[in-house]
Design a protein around this ligand. Structure first.
Ligand code: FPP
Length: 236
């Protein structure tokens, strides 16, 4: 059995509830969520995970109250200014994945700068999905192929999807108790193992990550084959 997933993707849900339960503004939950994310990147690197992809801001999050959207934009600014240099020191390569067209020029420049500054790192690839949606990704990929006059096939789509630079996720984790994908990696998660945790994202600590990894290690991944076929390939 594959012990450690090469690529983990996470829906970091539950920041708002974490804050509300403590009579704090939702923005405080996102700030605490950022602390949990920083630790998670480090722990994934230590365990040999090579790619981590997180859902930081969905295409649908624009419809949240204006002050919450603005607090998430501010957090992105903090991440770019403070977190990226630290991640870079730890050998992390950062990619931002999503529709940049509706972001400000300043934010777009910041994202490009962070990607350029970490481009030489190869210990862990960290994809931050920001203004991202799985349906947006499939649509943008199909539009691109149509514009280039290329046939739309699984292979050609795969080449122009937003996560073309990494293999599909082996494990998708969602915290916060809900059991759905919410428009995250619709194409790429076709064969991913799914793991749902009732912990709210700010509480998803090192022990919780290890529980998810242990659960993953116990799964049999068949990719459409039978169990017998999988075991005979494993010993061949
Ligand atoms: C979902 O919780 C979480 C988000 C929409 C934002 C996730 C952002 C972070 C963890 C901070 C890192 C941010 C950047 C920009 C790198 P929710 O608010 O839906 O929680 P709820 O379901 O309890 O309301």
């Amino acid at each position: 059995m594959a012990a450690v997933p090469h690529h983990i993707a996470i829906v970091m849900d539950g920041n708002g509830r974490w804050a509300t339960r403590r009579f704090l503004p939702r923005a405080a939950g996102h700030k605490k969520g950022m602390d949990a994310l920083r630790a998670c990147v480090r722990h994934c690197g230590e365990r040999g995970v090579k790619v981590l992809t997180v859902f930081a801001f969905s295409s649908e999050n624009w419809s949240r109250p204006a002050d919450e959207v603005s607090s998430l934009m501010d957090l992105l600014g903090v991440a770019l200014a403070r977190e990226v240099p630290l991640l870079s020191k730890e050998g992390v390569r950062v990619h931002f994945v999503g529709d940049r067209a509706s972001l400000s020029d300043k934010v777009r420049a910041g994202l490009a700068q962070a990607e350029a500054a970490t481009a030489g790192n190869d210990r862990l690839t960290f994809n931050v999905c920001f203004n991202y949606g799985g349906r947006w990704d499939i649509a943008q990929a199909a539009t691109r192929l149509a514009t280039e006059g290329e046939a739309i096939t699984e292979t050609s789509l795969k080449r122009v999807m937003a996560l073309a630079h990494v293999p599909d996720p082996d494990l998708v984790i969602r915290t916060g108790g809900e059991r759905r994908l919410s428009n995250f990696l619709l194409w790429q998660a076709a064969y991913s193992e799914l793991y749902f945790s009732d912990k709210l994202w700010p509480e998803f600590d090192e022990a919780a990550l290890d529980e998810a990894l242990a659960d993953y290690a116990s799964r049999e991944r068949r990719f459409g084959k039978t169990s017998e076929q999988v075991s005979s390939t494993a010993v061949a």
